[in-house]
Design a protein around this ligand. Structure first.
Ligand SMILES: Cc1cc2nc3c(=O)[nH]c(=O)nc-3n(C[C@H](O)[C@H](O)[C@H](O)COP(=O)(O)OP(=O)(O)OC[C@H]3O[C@@H](n4cnc5c(N)ncnc54)[C@H](O)[C@@H]3O)c2cc1C
Length: 434
C-alpha cells in the first residue's frame, strides 16, 4: 500500500494501490493495460488543486509530472501542442518566449493543463470563454490501451465529451491549443461598494475585458478588478517591487493567514474584521504580461464552492446570498468572488449555451463551511446554477441532467469508450452515474 495522497485543500485523500509516473503516451498505455489485467481502476492526477474528490482512486494513480513540456509550436497560427502534465506556470512562460499566450486564464497557475481543462477551469471576461474553448485536439489513451487522436473532424463526439471530460474517458497525454499573440494587461484595482457595483454592473461588464469583484461578507465593501488588454507595444508599467511584495505576498497571504486564524479563534469578530480588512484596501494600477496579471499566489488554504449562473441572475443571486449571510449566522472572513464568461458550446462546460456569471464562496480551512455552502447551493439551484466540477458541491447525475442538455450524450461516449469504468471513481459515479 502506498502513501496516502491529499489534494491542495485537504478535502480529498486517497490510498492508491499503485503509483506510476509515465514519461510517454506508450508508458501510459502500458500502465492502463497493466491496471486492466489486475482489475484496477486508473486515475491521472494533475496538481491536486480540485476541491472535490474527482482525482481520487483506490487503484493506479498516474502522476503526470514527467509527461510535461511543449511538443510543437506553429507561431504563425498560434497552434501549440503540449504534453498533458505541463503546469500552467511553465506553459505561460514557454508561450511568452515564443510571442504567444493563452487567451484567458484563471486566478492561479499551479494547475496542470490537463487537470485545468478536465474540470472546466475558467477566468473572467464577458467576451471570453473558459480554457477548454482553446482546445483544438487531444491524444487520449482509452481503457483498452489504444491511443486515439480526436478533434472536430476525427471522432468528434469523443472530442466534444473530452474537451471538459472530468477525467472520465481516458488519460489525455497531449493537447493542441489555439493560443493568441502575447499581450499585456492593464490592471486597475480599487475598493468600492457592493450597492454601487451592482447598480453599474451592466456598464462595468460591457466596458471591461476582464471584470471581477470580491465582496466582503458582513459588509457592503468590494474590491473591483478591471483588466484591459493591450498590445505588447503599449509597454509594461509594473508595480514597484516593494508594493507588489506588500500587496500580493505580505497582505494577501501572510497577513490574510493571521486574519483567518483570528477569525477561526474568535468567529464573533468576523464582521468587524471584514470591515477593517475591506477598509484597508487601496487602489493600484499596473501593466504587465497577461499571465502575470491573471495569476496570483494563494497560500492561505480554503474550501470553495462555485456556481455558474445565467448572467441575468447575478444581481438577485448576490442579494439572496447577502440575505443568507445576514440572517443565518454564517460567518466567513473570505471574500465572495464574482466573475463573468461568454457562452460556449462545450457539452460539459458550466457556460454551455448561455452567457454566465460565476459566484464563488470560500471558507477558511479551519472553519466550518457546511451551512454556508449548503445555503448558497440552494440559492444557486433556484436559478439553474451549474457547479464547477472541481469545486465542492452536492449535485448528482439525476439533478444535473436538466441543466446540461448534452450530459446524456457525454455519458453515451463514456459507455462506448469505458464500459467497465476503468477511469471511474465515487465522484464520477455521483455526477455521471455508475
Ligand atoms: C487556489 C485555487 C484557485 C483556483 N482558481 C480557479 C480559477 O480561477 N478558475 C477555475 O475555474 N478553477 C480554479 N480552481 C480549480 C482548479 O483550476 C481545478 O480544480 C483544476 O482541475 C485543478 O487542476 P489540477 O492540475 O490540480 O487537476 P487535479 O485536481 O489534479 O485533477 C482534476 C481532474 O482532472 C483529471 N486529470 C488530470 N490530468 C488528466 C489527464 N492527463 N487525463 C485525464 N484526466 C486528467 C483528474 O483525474 C481529475 O479528474 C482553483 C483551485 C484552487 C485550489
Amino acid at each position: 500500500m502506498t502513501a496516502a495522497w491529499t489534494n491542495w485543500a485537504g478535502t480529498a485523500t486517497a490510498t492508491p494501490a499503485a503509483l506510476a509516473r509515465p514519461q510517454s503516451t506508450d508508458d501510459v498505455s502500458r500502465a492502463v493495460l497493466w491496471a486492466g489485467d489486475r482489475g484496477m481502476r486508473v486515475k491521472a492526477v494533475g496538481s491536486g488543486h480540485s476541491f472535490t474528490s474527482i482525482a481520487v482512486t483506490d487503484g493506479l494513480l498516474l502522476g503526470l509530472d514527467r509527461l510535461a513540456g511543449i511538443v510543437a509550436v506553429d507561431t504563425a497560427s498560434g497552434r501549440v501542442t503540449v504534453r498533458a502534465g505541463m503546469r500552467l506556470h511553465d506553459l505561460n512562460r514557454e508561450l511568452a518566449g515564443r510571442g504567444l499566450a493563452m487567451e484567458n486564464l484563471g486566478d492561479i497557475d499551479r494547475q496542470t493543463i490537463s487537470g485545468a481543462l478536465a474540470t472546466g477551469t475558467h477566468g473572467t471576461g464577458a467576451r471570453f470563454r473558459g480554457l477548454a474553448s482553446s482546445v483544438l485536439g487531444m491524444r487520449i489513451v482509452l481503457a483498452d490501451g489504444s491511443v486515439v487522436d480526436c478533434d472536430a473532424e476525427q471522432d468528434p463526439t469523443l472530442f466534444e465529451a473530452a474537451r471538459i471530460g472530468l477525467g472520465a474517458l481516458g488519460i489525455v497525454t497531449e493537447l493542441t491549443l489555439q493560443c493568441v499573440p502575447a499581450f499585456l494587461l492593464h490592471a486597475r484595482e480599487e475598493p468600492g461598494s457592493l450597492t454601487e457595483t451592482l447598480t453599474r454592473l451592466d456598464e462595468l461588464v460591457a466596458s471591461t475585458d476582464h471584470l471581477e469583484f470580491y465582496w466582503f461578507p458582513h459588509t457592503d465593501r468590494v474590491l473591483l478588478k478591471r483588466n484591459r488588454r493591450l498590445p505588447l507595444e503599449a509597454g509594461e508599467d509594473p508595480l514597484p517591487r516593494w508594493r507588489a511584495w506588500l500587496d500580493d505576498d505580505f497582505l494577501s497571504n501572510s497577513v490574510f493567514e493571521m486574519v483567518n486564524r483570528v477569525s477561526a479563534a474568535r468567529p464573533a469578530w468576523v464582521p468587524r474584521i471584514n470591515s477593517m480588512s475591506s477598509r484597508a484596501l487601496s487602489s493600484r494600477e499596473f501593466t504587465m504580461p497577461s499571465f502575470e496579471v491573471f495569476a496570483s499566489e494563494r497560500r492561505v488554504r480554503f474550501r470553495e464552492m462555485e456556481y455558474a449562473i445565467p448572467r441575468d441572475a447575478v444581481i438577485d443571486t448576490l442579494l439572496s446570498l447577502r440575505d443568507l449571510v445576514d440572517t443565518s449566522g454564517v460567518l466567513t472572513p473570505f471574500p465572495v468572488e464574482v466573475r463573468f464568461a461568454a457562452a460556449d458550446d462545450i457539452w460539459l462546460s458550466t457556460a454551455t449555451g448561455r452567457e454566465s456569471a460565476y459566484i464563488a464562496v470560500h471558507q477558511y480551512h479551519r472553519m466550518d463551511h457546511r451551512s454556508y455552502f449548503d445555503g448558497f447551493e440552494a440559492i444557486a439551484r433556484n436559478v439553474d446554477g451549474r457547479p464547477h466540477w472541481g469545486k465542492m458541491h452536492g449535485r448528482s447525475y439525476e439533478d444535473l441532467q436538466p441543466t446540461y442538455p448534452r450530459l446524456a450524450d457525454a455519458v453515451a461516449v463514456r459507455d462506448r469508450v469505458d464500459p467497465e469504468r476503468r477511469f471511474g471513481n465515487d465522484y464520477l459515479d455521483r455526477v455521471l452515474g455508475s
